[in-house]
Structure formats: structure tokens, C-alpha cells
Design a protein around this ligand. Structure first.
Ligand code: TRP
Length: 358
């Protein structure tokens, strides 16, 4: 039996942290043996909200490719490419846009939520940076709001889920590993497939199924969700000194102040990492000795920093190797793009035939 096609993507946000590894990348790596995988760095998606800050995108793409490759996403097994290298995705997005009711896009739950969330963020930044005169704050807030809304509520942003659909359909993806937050986008993609088949009376695409990657809540060094925007991440590429520093800063059980105080591993961020990265015996030992107080946080952190450094060492080495031959990454991405273009071209041929565009 031929392997099923799998497609997934990440926006190029720069260096990945261990939350990405536990939530997605580790999973992607395993899936490579079971499926024919297409993994895409979706740089057009980054533009949907970030079209005014594009300087960092090329560097972010590079960092992301480096992280993927060093974590074991393997070009011998998977097709790895940058979305914007595949013009057929844009063409498909355009053709599909003709048949998708705008109401479908407007009711995707992530649309309004994200718009409000982004609006709040940007407004805070804007209002914080201006000297505030109390009386006209309200007036200025209203004006700022209108202006920001114009920047945010673009045609491209509304079309985000359709662009994602085009990513998947361009290679006829059947399986799409994603987190919980992406389920509405997958539901949307399936609706688009059904509409296409209904309108042109020809079945071309599989209805893409989500494969929920169990994304655990990964706390950052401050206990909030690990996220680039909170600046609380431990990066996959962090060297041992950096790991040590970050682990040292990580918030533990506030009731455990000194060695001897009994701790509560179940609420401790450090113990959270232990459970994911340490050996079973170290996890057990840590739990027992934290609870009975014989293990202090300083030593517990030392153990964890060691484990993390060891775990990430092979990844770091791979990264350094890749950096020694900077041409390798571009080559891999070029080869991947050629492969993805070939597949997407075939898909578009079928679509154009079905839609009488020949
Ligand atoms: N929207 C996805 C996210 O934010 C990224 C993405 C873009 C994607 N295109 C995709 C995921 C295609 C899966 C398949 O996580």
C-alpha cells in the first residue's frame, strides 16, 4: 500500500523552543516513517499579520529550517520547502477564492478572536509609546483603534484559512498534524473540498483529516505558556551555559524556600521538564526527594540543566555541522521546492481540467 500523504506547516517565527519540540516537531519526526510528508515553512502566512515587519522573515526562515533539520526532519524522507517557492499555491488560492463564500471565512472562529487579540496587543503598544494626556485619551484611543483595524483586517488576513487550504490541497494532503487551535481551519478546508467537488462534479481531493498532536501545556521560565512573545523560552539551539542560566531563573514552588522545605512537584515548572526529559528513575527520585524536602531546588535545577544539555547536544551538533556548510540548507530547500512544485503542478492540471480552464 502506498503511504498516505501528510502535509503540515509552521509560520517562520524564528528559533524554535522546547515547547515546539514537545508539541509538534518531535511528532513530525516520528511521522516521517509512516507517511509521505510535506513540511512547509509558510512565509506567506507570516505576511497576513506581519506585512509591515518583513525584515526578519528571511532570517527566521533560515533559523526554522536549521531547527527542523537538526531535530531530525530528514530531507531523504520528507519534502521540505518554503511556501513562497511554490507559486502554484498562490494560483490555487486564487482559483479557490472564486468559490468560497466570504461568510465562511468570516465565521471561522479564529478570525474574530485573533483580530480582537491582535488589535488589543497593537493598541497597547501604540498607546504605551505615546505620552498620554488624560483628557484626550479616549478620543485618541478611538482613532488609534480605527487605524489599527484598517491595518489588521485585510483581505489577506481574512483569507488565512483559505491559504492554508491551498497549502494542503496543492499536494493533496490527506493527513494534517496540527494542534487543537487549528481544528476550525481543517473543518473549513474540508468544506472547501466538498464545495469544489459539488460545483465541478468531479472528485479530485481527499478530505484532509487532522491528526491532533497532543500539545502539552509547556510552561516557560516564568510559568506562563512558553512563547516567543513572552520571552520565556528555552530554545532548542541554546548552548549549555544558556540552558543553565534559564533553568536557574525558572520559577519553582513558591512555598519551597530552602532545602528541607517539602515541595510540590505537581505545580513546579522544573518538575514539568523533568517529566518530559529525564529518565524514569530520575523523575521518581526527584519527586520523592522534593516532597520529603531532602532535595533542594538548586540541586534539582542542576540535574535538569544537565539532562537538557545532554538531550539537546546531538541537535546542537547537527546544527553546527549544517552551519559549517551554509549551502546545504539552501540546497535542501531548493530540492524540496522542486518536488513540491512538481506535485502542485499536477494538482493544478487536474483542477483546470475539471474547471474547464484549458
Ligand atoms: N495555520 C497553521 C498554524 O498557525 C500553520 C499552517 C499554514 C499550516 N499552512 C498549513 C498547518 C497547512 C498545517 C497545514 O499553526
Amino acid at each position: 500500500m502506498p503511504k498516505k500523504r501528510l502535509m503540515s506547516g509552521m509560520r517562520p517565527t524564528g528559533k524554535l523552543h522546547i515547547g515546539h519540540y514537545l508539541g509538534a516537531l518531535g511528532n513530525w519526526k516520528k511521522l516521517q516513517d509512516e507517511y509521505e510528508c510535506f513540511y512547509s515553512i509558510v512565509d506567506w502566512h507570516a505576511l497576513t499579520t506581519g506585512y509591515r515587519q518583513t525584515e526578519e522573515i528571511p532570517e527566521n526562515i533560515r533559523e526554522m529550517a536549521l531547527d527542523w533539520l537538526s531535530c531530525g526532519i530528514d530531507p531523504a524522507k520528507s519534502t521540505i520547502y518554503i511556501q513562497s517557492h511554490i507559486p502554484q499555491i498562490a494560483e490555487l488560492h486564487l482559483l479557490l477564492s472564486m468559490i468560497v463564500p466570504t461568510a465562511w471565512l468570516e465565521r471561522v472562529p479564529t478570525y474574530k478572536e485573533q483580530l480582537q487579540e491582535l488589535l488589543k496587543q497593537r493598541l497597547n503598544e501604540r498607546l504605551d509609546s505615546a505620552a498620554n494626556i488624560l483628557e484626550d485619551r479616549e478620543v485618541r484611543e478611538e482613532a488609534a483603534k480605527r487605524k489599527e483595524m484598517e491595518y489588521l483586517a485585510t483581505y489577506g488576513f481574512l483569507g488565512y484559512p483559505l491559504l492554508q487550504t491551498a497549502d494542503i490541497l496543492s499536494v493533496k494532503g490527506e493527513i494534517v498534524p496540527v494542534g487543537q487551535d487549528q481544528l476550525p481551519h481543517l473543518e473549513f478546508a474540508r468544506e472547501v473540498v466538498r464545495r469544489f467537488h459539488f460545483i465541478f462534479q468531479k472528485n479530485i481531493f481527499p478530505e484532509p483529516e487532522s491528526l491532533l498532536s497532543e500539545a502539552p501545556f509547556v510552561p516557560g521560565t516564568d510559568g506562563r505558556k512558553m512563547s516567543k512573545s513572552y520571552n520565556n523560552g528555552i530554545f532548542i539551539s541554546d548552548p549549555p551555559e544558556e540552558i543553565q542560566k534559564k533553568v536557574k531563573q525558572t520559577v519553582t514552588d513558591p512555598q519551597k524556600i530552602r532545602r528541607g522545605d517539602p515541595g510540590r512537584p505537581e505545580i513546579c515548572n522544573i518538575f514539568f521538564y523533568h517529566r518530559f526529559f529525564s529518565s524514569e528513575s530520575l523523575v521518581k527520585e526527584t519527586e520523592t526527594n522534593c516532597k520529603n524536602g531532602s532535595l533542594g531546588c538548586v540541586d534539582c535545577k542542576k540535574n535538569l540543566a544537565q539532562v537538557l544539555s545532554d538531550k539537546l547536544a546531538p541537535i546542537r551538533e547537527k546544527r553546527e555541522d549544517l552551519l559549517k556548510n551554509p549551502g546545504t540548507i539552501s540546497e535542501i530547500l531548493e530540492t524540496g521546492a522542486a518536488e513540491a512544485r512538481k506535485t502542485a503542478r499536477q494538482t493544478l492540471e487536474e483542477i483546470k481540467t475539471a474547471a474547464h480552464q484549458h
